[in-house]
Design a protein. Structure first.
Length: 152
């Protein structure tokens, strides 16, 4: 089976290119911002969730914008838009709230540990995004995708 046509189609896909470049730019900006805030680089910055900008929002905004460029307003583009709204809503609301709850629960665990009444490990404090982090991520995805479709 000759994979060459598939690989050529894959690497020349504007949809995929938009998503990958938006993801990489948002991730790079996130690492740079965290580096500037802390004054040091840590490998965990490459894998952290939360923080500015939202990589989730950049990626789904890129996908949604690319599908609209490719398809126009179709059932597929509307379905992708709905899916993107769900992803972004989750990043802002549910994941952020869960992160806040884990901070409070960890304080309770620490208090009970000091009293010798509790032996459970702390929860991982995975933060979601603020609205501004999602807006910046979305703008990155839309701008990268628009640039790809209008320039290339």
């Amino acid at each position: 089976m000759n994979m060459a046509p598939f690989i050529i189609k894959l690497v020349s896909s504007k949809i995929l290119m938009s998503c990958v470049l938006s993801f990489l730019l948002a991730k790079l900006l996130k690492v740079v911002i965290l580096l500037m805030q802390t004054g040091k680089f840590e490998r965990k910055y490459l894998f952290t969730s939360g923080a500015m900008p939202s990589v989730h929002a950049a990626s789904v905004a890129a996908l949604t914008t690319a599908i609209f460029f490719e398809e126009g307003v179709t059932p597929l583009s509307i379905a992708v838009l709905i899916f993107s709204i769900i992803i972004v809503r989750d990043a802002v609301g549910i994941r952020w709230t869960a992160g806040q709850q884990s901070i409070v629960i960890n304080r309770m665990i620490e208090y009970l540990r000091k009293q010798g009444k509790f032996k459970l490990d702390k929860l991982e404090e995975v933060m979601g995004h603020t609205l501004s982090e999602v807006v910046v991520g979305s703008v990155i995805g839309i701008l990268i995708t628009s640039s790809i479709y209008l320039v290339i």
